[in-house]
Ligand binder design. Sequence first.
Ligand code: ZN
Length: 412
Amino acid sequence: MPTDNEFTRILQWPGYRVYQHKIDEKGKTLDLWVRRKRGNRKLECSGCGRKFEDVYDCNERAVRDLPWSEFNTTVHIEVYRVKCPHCGVRIEKVPLLPSKAPFSKRFEDAVGQACESASARQVARRFGLADSTVRAIDLRYLERWAASRRRPALRQMGVDEIHLGKKQKFLTVVCNLETAEPLWFGRERKKETLDEFFEKQLSVRQRHGIEAACVDMWEAYRLSIEQWAPQCRIVYDKFHVMQHANKAIDEVRRAEFFRKGGRMRGLVKGKRWLLLSRWMNLTADKRQELNQLFALNRKVFKAYLLKESLDRLWTYRYEGAMLNYLQRWIDQLRWQRLEPFRKLAVMLLDHLDGILNYCRTKVPLGVVEAVNGDIKSLLRRGRGYKNLRYLLLKAQRMAATKTEFVVFKKAA
Ligand SMILES: [Zn+2]
C-alpha cells in the first residue's frame, strides 16, 4: 500500500501534501485529502492579493482532479479564509483552484484542451460531465488564456457582418488583419454597433493608430470609422465587392429562369452554387454543366463573365491601371440590359476612392473572408452559441492555434 508521502509525490500539487486517502476498488474512485505543507503558510487574499500569516477559519473543498489510471480522483483540500482590512473576511487565493466550480485547474485545462478539437458534447461524454458543465469549463479555460496573453497593436482592421438567421439577424465582426484574429463581436450592423467597439474597446491612442480598414460598401460602418478614426483609410476589398457581384449574378439567374417557370426552372435547379463558383475552381464536369446552362441563356453567360472578370481588378497594383480596368469593365455593360450589374457599377463608382485605396494601402487579401469562414464553421459545429463572448474566445483561440501551427511548421 502506498504511503501518503508517495501519494504526495505522484499528485504533485505544489505546496500541498496528502495526509489521508481512500481507495474504492469497486467504484473505481480515489479520494485524497491534502493540506498545505509546513513551509507554505503565506496566505493571499483573493480580493486584493495582500499577504497574511493568520488564518481566520478553515474549510474543506472537494474538487475533481485528473484521473489516476482508471480511478476518478477527488481531492479534498483545506482552504483558509483571511481577515483582510481591505476586503473583509475573504477566501484565500489558491492557484490550483481557478473558480468556485468543483474542479482543479489542471482538470479544467484538460477539458478545455479537449474542446479545441472536439464538440462540447463529445468531450462531455468522454469526461462523464454534462454538456453545460463542459461549456462552462471551456469558457473559463479560454478566459484564463485570453487574460494571460499580449495583444498585438491594431493597425489594420477588418469589419464584416455575418448573417445569423431570421431571428438573431446580423453580427458585426471586427478583426485584426495582420494577425487574422477576430477582436470583437457586436449585435446588428448599425453605425451604433461599430461605435460601441471604438468607444469601449479602444483608447484614443489605439483609435488613432489604425491605418486602414477593410469594410463592406455599407454606409453605417463608413460613418462610424470616419467619426472615430478619421485618419484611417477605408479600403473596399475584393471579398466585399465580390459578395455584391455574386448577389448581382444571382439576381440575373432568378430573373432569367425562375420567372419563366416550367421546364427552364427544372433545368437550373441547384445551379446557383455553380454560378457563384470561380471557373478555375470547377472540375471539368461542373464546367460542362455551366456551359449547358450558358447555351440556354446568353444573359446568364454574360453575367458570369462579368463577375469573373471583375475579380481581376485586384491584380492591378497601380491606381491608374486599376481605374483603367474598371472603366473598361463598366464599358462592357453597355447594351447588355443587365440591371443588377448596372446597379453594381453605380455602386463601384460611388465608392471609387475606397476601391483605389487598395493600391495606396497594402492590406492582406482574404483575411476577412477567412475569419468569417472560421466563425461560420464554429457556429455550424457548436449550435447554441448564445453567449457571444464564448464564441469570440473560441474563434480567437482558433486563430491563435493556426498561427502557432504555422510558426511551428516554419521552425521544423
Ligand atoms: Zn483583500
